[in-house]
Design a protein around this ligand. Structure first.
Ligand code: SAM
Length: 228
């Protein structure tokens, strides 16, 4: 079983998404466990304070090192081989390759920030820093949820057809899935490509591969332009 742990100030954020569809089935089948750990439980002062104002001034509050590091230590004690990931806009971008790598591990611990983020010293206590992209979320929870979902669907036995995950976009780096069509064969004047109705499996396979490469190249070019 793959063991996921989430360190968060808002465990309730995950209730509904983990209680439906693929994650729900994977948890029920014992293929994955997802444990919430409330960071505030590791604050030792009277007010169970988890945040404080930044040295040097400036707006907002930061997550304090003591409760966060205590929570990380507790997570490592519970799952000694866990891979601890801090969610932060300054981290490395999350990719399908990361997801495929992480599901080979015994489990992951996802550390969710809030406020203006973490005291910088907390970085020394995690294995990896990960970003969902060049935009700012209010907290690490939506990022953790996306990662959990991406990992869970890759675990053996989770998807009805194991082929689905292998054929997904990004399984091969930079390569997207091909375009898909279902009935009706013509919708508002837009027809399904003839080759898909031909019954010629070799021609269909060749068309799919060519289309996947074409849309991947187009997207990669657009992304490159945006990065310039
Ligand atoms: N002041 C920070 C900055 O500008 O980099 C943003 C802090 S954000 C409001 C609060 C928390 O949300 C972060 O500590 C992190 O856990 C999470 N977060 C926000 N954007 C994220 C992203 N793109 N990827 C991963 N986590 C993110």
């Amino acid at each position: 079983m793959f063991h996921a742990q989430v360190l968060t100030l808002f465990p309730e954020f995950f209730d509904s998404p983990l209680a439906c569809s693929i994650p729900k089935r994977a948890i029920a089948a014992g293929l994955v466990s997802v444990e919430m750990m409330q960071i505030r439980d590791f604050a030792t002062d009277k007010h169970r304070q988890v945040d404080d104002s930044p040295y040097g001034g400036g707006p907002g509050m930061l997550m304090k090192p003591e409760p966060v590091v205590a929570a990380i230590r507790a997570a490592r004690k519970r799952q000694p081989d866990t891979h601890v990931v801090m969610l932060t806009p300054s981290g490395e971008r999350f990719t399908q390759a990361k997801a495929l790598d992480w599901i080979e591990k015994p489990g992951v611990t996802l550390l969710c920030g809030r406020y203006e983020g973490f005291d910088e010293r907390i970085c020394d206590y995690v294995d990896e820093q990960i970003s969902m992209g060049d935009y700012v979320l209010s907290g690490g929870e939506p990022a953790a949820l996306s990662i959990l979902d991406a990992l869970i669907r890759l675990l053996p036995g989770v998807l009805g057809s194991p082929e689905s995950a292998v054929l997904d976009s990004f399984t091969e780096e930079g390569i997207l899935d091909w375009p898909h069509y279902t009935r009706p064969a013509c919708f508002e004047g837009k027809s399904v490509p003839d080759v898909l109705l031909s019954g010629d499996h070799a021609a269909i396979a060749a068309w799919r591969e060519a289309e996947a490469r074409r849309r991947s190249e187009r997207r990669n070019k657009t992304n490159q332009k945006c990065a310039e």
